[in-house]
Design a protein around this ligand. Structure first.
Ligand SMILES: Nc1nc2c(c(=O)[nH]1)N[C@H]1C(S)=C(S)[C@@H](COP(=O)(O)O)O[C@H]1N2
Ligand SMILES: [Mo]
Length: 215
């Protein structure tokens, strides 16, 4: 029996049939597919560091070794994952370090408006600072209480639940604070600069003036 059926029976009034839990154009995915461009990187703990650079408040670079990053305050977030290829997973429990924690430990300069999130092999994604600072944005190390597997982003992936999942790189290595917007990997290759699934912002041709830098 599906979860929605049992919920329906317990709360017949609160969950109407066909309640819109999915953003437009998305379908429910069972299981957990692996979706990314390129090979799965090998984790080398001795060489790994999480770096914050660019327009930091103190003008300095900040970095954490894997041991140091693992010791940062741990929190969990239950969130949905929406892939722009039209599948969604609902109610995933992520564990890790809140993006706000990292922003607090290595604050951006006052004129920072955007962030480039950098991952292994030069993969990147740009975000508005406000999207990264959202309460639910998390540098996830765990899913459903288990450490991430290599193909799902071990040791660290970014989760930004209110945007399409490509905005959350797997195998994150750092953050670059920016005082102007710049496109990341998929944003340069035809995907929307903002990527809000509720507005179905899938492709760059849908962008309105102000949504992103000129293409
Ligand atoms: N480094 C990296 N991270 C990435 C991607 C990628 O190509 N490279 N693809 C994104 C996309 S499109 C999706 S849907 C999710 C998929 O995460 P999963 O493979 O754990 O389901 O990872 C995102 N993170
Ligand atoms: Mo995706």
């Amino acid at each position: 029996m599906g979860q929605s059926e049992s919920r329906k029976r317990e709360f017949p009034q609160s969950v109407p049939a066909g309640a819109p839990t999915l953003p437009p154009g998305q379908r429910l995915q069972r299981g957990w597919p692996v979706t990314h461009y390129g090979p799965v990187p090998r984790f080398r703990p001795d060489r790994w560091e999480f770096r914050v650079f660019g327009a930091t408040a103190d003008g300095e670079k900040h970095s954490w070794t894997h041991e140091e990053f693992s010791a940062l305050p741990y929190t969990t977030v239950v969130a949905d994952l929406h892939c722009v290829t039209k599948y969604s997973m609902l109610g995933v429990e992520w564990g890790g370090v809140a993006a706000r924690t990292v922003l607090g430990l290595a604050p951006p300069a006052p004129d920072v408006t955007h962030v480039m999130v950098w991952a292994e092999y030069g993969f990147s994604s740009n975000l508005r600072l406000s999207d990264l600072a959202a309460e639910q944005s998390l540098f996830a190390t765990h899913k459903d209480g288990e450490p991430l597997t290599a193909e799902h982003g071990f040791p660290v992936r970014l989760v930004v639940p209110h945007l399409y999942a490509w905005k959350g790189p797997k195998w994150v290595r750092g953050l670059e604070y920016m005082t102007a917007d710049r496109r990341g990997f998929w944003e340069e290759r035809g995907y929307h600069n903002i990527g809000d699934p509720w507005r179905e912002q899938r492709y760059s041709y849908q962008e309105r003036p102000g949504d992103g830098p000129e293409l």
